[in-house]
Design a protein around this ligand. Structure first.
Ligand code: HEM
Length: 468
């Protein structure tokens, strides 16, 4: 097909530049931090604490809370940098309300630079972040979200129609496939079947990249390793496909009517004389890859946990089926509550972080510049703030919101997840299609396992389904 053969001019060079620029500069160039006077924490070596935080977060956070109280310090690699974690809603509020010029989030994500690119919303701070956020926001407002719903419903209906009745399967796999399709069609707006077929393996390989690979890339001598070269080659191909899509979309005759996220982003500021009011091709690429990486596995995981919990509780499942059948505001509220409770009980992201660019005071504690601070989402969602915290009970979110800053799966403040409304709408639309068609039964107990930065069901949330 012609569009796949047309090679955009310089996309390989752009990929190479990104990988060349890769570094942990944002982290390693921070000044040393004086740690006297910081809240208490374990005296273990930084390596042990780093492993505990990333690999064993599900017990480590509650253990720290129990042992050291509501605010504690851990020391992380590189260099034993202090992370001060807060768990009380009033303290979390201070972090989220902090001055964005002081509370930077982007630098901590710089390890993702080679894949996401320097313009990624997740990597930017200060004025650059503000500008990018302003340009992206219209594609995630209520009006835009409503326009995505029909296509998501169609994709979900097609997906669940192929589920094997009576056989056990990993719901996480199925949800990953489905939310990937949502990103490709609803966010990227790709319709050409051949391009979709070319994009899927590249996107899957990108999502599967272990961030550890980028540590390899910071050593030139190790850049010849096959694992590293495969990652670069995959990125080159992904970039080639994305740039081709962007260039074609810019001149598509139906651009004005298209509702996908990419078309909306291209239209944003199109008529303005000021180039800073629109996104150029490189910026569009970086934001698309960011939306893909931030929005696909996260949503799939919350959905898999929701199916897992509902499949263990016939009463809640029956109620979910009634909500799906009702297709009214009350039914929608129930599906929304199921998603929210799934995100509370099984937070996909355990923590969000900000690094202080100047000294700041939080909860009355004076913290020096260079300290990294953040709320522990794991603790905030647990028995510190919730009765019967281990129980899956969507009624907590029915007709009410939990107290401010006790439910923070999407972080908060000016960095709050831009896709929060999208994820909740998508989750409800998918649950509706699942429960219109099937009764779900959970086949095995499951628990959280760390996969890159997300917490996924260890056994894939295995379920079986029978037709209703
Ligand atoms: C259950 C699903 C999701 C969860 C749990 C989740 C969680 C998060 C969290 C915790 C953050 C960091 C917030 C902070 O630092 O305060 C974040 C940021 C972000 N998320 Fe999500 N997310 C989800 C779905 C999505 C979706 C569907 C998209 C887009 C399609 C998306 C795009 C983003 C972007 C672009 C950011 C960076 C925002 C910024 O720095 O301004 N996320 N998300």
């Amino acid at each position: 097909m012609a569009i796949l053969e047309r090679e955009p001019t310089d996309t390989r060079a752009l990929t190479a530049q990104r990988f060349d620029r890769m570094s942990l500069d944002g982290v390693s160039k921070l000044p040393p931090v004086d740690t006297t006077g910081l809240p208490p924490g374990p005296p273990w070596p930084a390596l042990v604490q780093t492993i505990a935080l990333f690999r064993f977060r599900h017990w480590f956070h509650p253990w720290l809370h129990k042992t050291y109280g509501p605010t504690f310090t851990i020391h992380m690699l590189p260099g034993g940098r202090p992370f001060v974690l807060f768990t009380r809603p009033e303290d979390i509020k201070e972090i989220f309300a902090g001055d964005p010029e002081v509370f930077h989030a982007g630098k901590g994500n710089s390890v993702l630079g080679p894949v996401m690119g320097e313009h990624s919303l997740l990597l930017q701070d200060g004025g650059d972040h503000k500008r990018a956020r302003k340009l992206l926001m219209p594609a995630f407002n209520g009006h835009a979200l409503r326009s995505y719903q029909g296509l998501i419903t169609d994709l979900a209906r097609d997906e669940v129609a192929h589920w094997p009745a009576g056989r056990t399967f990993e719901s996480l796999n199925r949800m990953n496939t489905l939310t990937l399709e949502v990103i490709l069609r609803v966010v990227f707006g790709v319709t050409d079947e051949q391009r979709l077929a070319a994009l899927r393996p590249c996107v899957n390989a990108t999502v599967d990249v272990n961030p550890g690979v980028f540590l390899i890339g910071t050593y030139r001598s190790l850049q010849r390793l096959p694992a590293y070269r495969r990652v670069v080659a995959n990125q080159e191909e992904l970039d080639r496909l994305i740039y081709a899509e962007i260039r074609e979309r810019r001149v598509a005759p139906d651009l004005a009517e298209r509702t996908d996220v990419l078309s909306r982003l291209i239209r944003e500021g199109q008529d303005s004389d000021d180039p800073t009011e629109r996104l150029d091709d490189t910026e569009l690429r970086d934001q698309l890859v960011t939306l893909l990486l931030a929005g696909h596995e996260t949503t799939a995981t919350s959905l898999a946990w929701a199916l897992y919990e509902l499949g263990r509780n016939p009463e809640l499942m029956r109620r979910t089926q009634e909500a799906a059948d009702a297709a009214d505001a009350e039914g929608d509220a129930w599906l929304d509550a199921v998603m929210k409770e799934s995100m509370r009980l099984h937070p996909v992201i355990p923590i969000v972080l900000r690094t202080l660019q100047r000294p700041a005071t939080i909860a009355g504690i004076d913290l020096p510049a260079g300290t990294t601070v953040g709320p522990s989402i794991v603790v905030a969602h647990g028995d510190a703030n919730y009765e019967r915290a281990d129980e899956f009970d969507p009624t907590r979110f029915l007709g009410q919101n939990p107290p401010t800053n006790t439910w923070i799966p999407f972080g908060g403040g000016v960095r709050r997840c831009i896709g929060a409304g999208f994820a909740l709408m998508e989750g409800a639309a998918i649950l509706r299609e699942v429960f219109l068609a099937w009764s779900v039964h959970t086949e095995h107990d499951d628990g959280p396992r760390v996969r890159n930065i997300t917490s996924v069901p260890d056994r894939g949330a295995r379920i079986s389904v029978v037709p209703r």
